[in-house]
Design a protein around this ligand. Structure first.
Ligand SMILES: *Cc1c(COP(=O)(O)O)cnc(C)c1O
Length: 347
């Protein structure tokens, strides 16, 4: 037998206690509604299977993915009827698959309603568009006889600007209430992570946090309540001594003013650590903050080891990646910071 494949020198540590705590916090903040979880896009890049497992253990019973293939990957972890497919049945074959698997499609249009009814129908969710103009049934079509034939579990809508205080939130909330009066549904849902903080008028029966489960927040009310979940960790591949005047990385955008000890770490833009972090990122060794030097390469980043003379090749460093701060430092949005994290990280 050949030896085992060596693990790559970069890994994503997921604090599943923090993840569960965040869900419990959002569930509590949802008042009389219960919190579900958006686990689309591979659990926002963190690994949908491990995220869903932890959330099932915490008590979560409602999961949202974009596609039926994403639901299929989770079907051993949570019951099929707890998996809602946000983009709905995309073809007759997709509808037949969803029906056979027992997932819940979110119906987004009359065409999707017809597609679902043609399979024989069954429990589904209905997305009504109240102003985001993305997927969702227009308000004007709610009275269509096809909609009356649906067995709607959750009547949902999605907020466009829950992270801001503007008139759009209340406008969408009142349209969602109009829709609730027109459609017979067992339950209703409107709020994403930020929407939960807009108050009980936005809660309905079920909330759908994503970002804040994973440690991000866009409303200051959540700042003290949400814990960091993911920490990228990378290995020091080489330690080097450089002299005053030496440049670091492509185009020598960092030039040493004095002799320095630097480390080359296994992290690059191919791993989602984009060039926006060049001369700006921070790696952490215990509490020490080690600045990134020069441009980020595809598979390498150079870091200043002046504060950490004890570090050696083979040691691991944490990447400073607390989402709100990382967004402020890099200009990359929190959702993107999560979903960018590359496939080379072991999860
Ligand atoms: C992604 C998504 C969510 C979660 O939103 P966050 O802002 O990450 O909390 C909720 N509802 C729908 C329809 C979504 O697409």
């Amino acid at each position: 037998m050949p030896p085992e494949i060596p693990a790559p020198p970069l890994r994503l540590v997921l604090d599943s206690e923090a993840l569960s705590d965040n869900w419990r916090t959002l569930n509590r903040l949802s008042g009389s509604a219960r919190a579900g979880a958006a686990v689309k896009a591979d659990g926002y890049g963190l690994g949908a299977r491990r995220v869903t497992k932890a959330l099932v253990e915490a008590g979560c019973r409602d999961f949202f993915v974009a596609y039926s293939s994403e639901a299929a990957a989770l079907s051993e972890i949570t019951a099929p009827e707890t998996l809602s497919i946000l983009h709905g049945p995309l073809s007759a074959d997709d509808a037949a698959y969803i029906k056979a698997a027992g997932f819940r499609p979110v119906i987004n249009s009359l065409a999707q309603a017809k597609r679902w009814l043609n399979t024989g129908g069954g429990a589904c969710d209905l997305m009504v568009d109240t102003g985001i103009n993305r997927l969702g049934l227009p308000m004007a079509e709610l009275g269509d006889p096809l909609i009356a034939r649906l067995q709607v579990q959750v009547l949902m809508s999605h907020l466009a600007s829950a992270d801001e205080d503007g008139p759009q939130n209340m406008l969408q909330c009142s349209r969602w209430n109009e829709a609730r009066a027109l459609v017979s549904a067992r339950e209703a849902s409107l709020a994403n992570s930020a929407g939960i903080m807009l108050g009980s008028a936005f809660h309905g029966d079920l909330t759908r946090p994503g970002l804040s489960l994973y440690g991000g927040w866009q409303r200051d009310e959540l700042a003290s309540r949400i814990r960091q979940v993911v920490v990228p960790q990378v290995m020091v591949l080489q330690v080097r001594e450089i002299a005053a005047g030496d440049g670091v990385g492509y185009n020598a955008t960092f030039v040493a003013a004095k002799p320095m000890r630097v480390g080359v770490v296994a992290l690059g833009y191919a791993d989602g650590y984009l060039r926006a972090w060049s001369n700006r990122g921070i790696l952490l060794h215990r509490n020490l903050r080690l600045p990134v030097l020069g441009k980020i390469s595809m598979d390498m980043t150079v870091v200043d080891l002046t504060l950490a003379p004890d570090l050696r090749e083979g040691d691991w460093l944490n990447v400073a990646y607390a989402l709100p701060e990382a967004e402020a430092a890099s200009g990359i949005g929190q959702y993107e910071l999560l979903t960018l994290l590359g496939r080379r990280f072991t999860r």
